[in-house]
Design a protein around this ligand. Structure first.
Ligand code: SF4
Length: 211
C-alpha cells in the first residue's frame, strides 16, 4: 500500500471528535480541492505491506483507527485493510471524498463521506450511486466555503438525504468561513446536522502533519 503517514492523535472531526485514534493516511488523490490541507498526500508515499501497516497500528495500542487520505478508496487493498482491522476488533472509520464507490467497504466501518460543494472546485465529483449504500452508521460531510456552499448543502440534504438517518456534518473551511457564521446559519434555519469543527486545527495550530 502507498502510505503517506501513520500516527496517533485526537480525532478532530465527525461525531467521534475528541477521541484518541490511530490514523492511516493513504497517499494519492483524484481530486484537487481548493482548500486541501493534506496536499502533501496527493503523491508519493511509502510502499508498505498490509501486514506492516497492521503491525504499525497494533504497536500504537489504540482501539480506534481512521483510514484516510488523500483518497483511500483509490487503493485496491483498502477494503482488505478495513476488513482486517474490523476482524481484529478495532472501531474503524474511513474518510472518503465521495467520488468513488463506498460499497467495497464493509458496513461495520463508519464511512465519513464528503459531498464536495461548488466552492471546493470539485463540485460535480460526488458519485450519486453512493446514496443507496449509506447506512445510519455513516456520516455525510459538507465543507462550507461560503453561503453558496451552505445553500447547496441544504438543498442536497433536502433532496437526497431525507431518508438518511446518520449524522450530517457541516464543516466550515478553516480560515475561509468563520465558524460562528456557519453556526448562526444552522441555528437560524433549524438545520438537520451539526457544526463540524476541525478541532485538531485549534489544538495544534502550528502543525500540518501528524495531528
Ligand atoms: S479530496 Fe481530500 S485530499 Fe483530495 S484534494 Fe480534496 S481535500 Fe485534499
Amino acid at each position: 500500500m502507498k502510505i503517506s503517514e501513520i500516527f496517533s492523535s485526537i480525532q478532530g472531526e465527525s461525531s467521534l471528535a475528541g477521541l484518541p485514534f490511530t490514523f492511516v493516511r493513504l497517499a494519492g488523490c483524484n481530486l484537487r480541492c481548493r482548500y486541501c490541507d493534506t496536499s502533501y498526500a496527493w503523491e508519493g508515499g511509502v510502499d508498505l505491506s498490509l501486514e506492516t501497516v497492521l503491525e504499525e497500528v497494533r504497536k500504537r495500542g489504540i482501539p480506534r483507527v481512521c483510514v484516510t487520505g488523500g483518497e483511500p478508496l483509490l487503493q485496491e487493498e483498502t477494503p482488505l485493510l478495513v476488513d482486517r482491522l474490523l476482524d481484529e476488533g478495532y472501531l474503524v472509520t474511513l474518510e472518503t471524498n465521495g467520488s468513488l464507490p463506498i460499497s467495497p467497504i464493509r458496513g461495520e466501518c463508519r464511512r465519513v463521506v464528503d459531498v464536495k460543494t461548488p466552492g471546493s472546485g470539485e463540485g460535480d465529483s460526488f458519485l450519486m450511486e453512493n446514496l443507496k449504500d449509506l447506512t445510519e452508521r455513516d456520516e455525510v460531510k459538507f465543507v462550507i466555503t461560503g453561503r453558496e456552499d451552505y445553500e447547496f448543502a441544504r438543498e442536497f440534504v433536502e433532496t437526497h438525504l431525507s431518508r438518511f438517518r446518520g449524522e450530517i456534518l457541516y464543516s466550515p473551511a478553516h480560515g475561509i468561513v468563520e465558524p460562528r457564521l456557519l453556526a448562526q446559519w444552522l441555528v437560524e434555519e433549524k438545520a438537520r446536522g451539526r457544526l463540524n469543527l476541525q478541532i485538531h486545527k485549534y489544538i495544534f495550530p502550528e502543525e500540518s502533519r501528524g495531528v
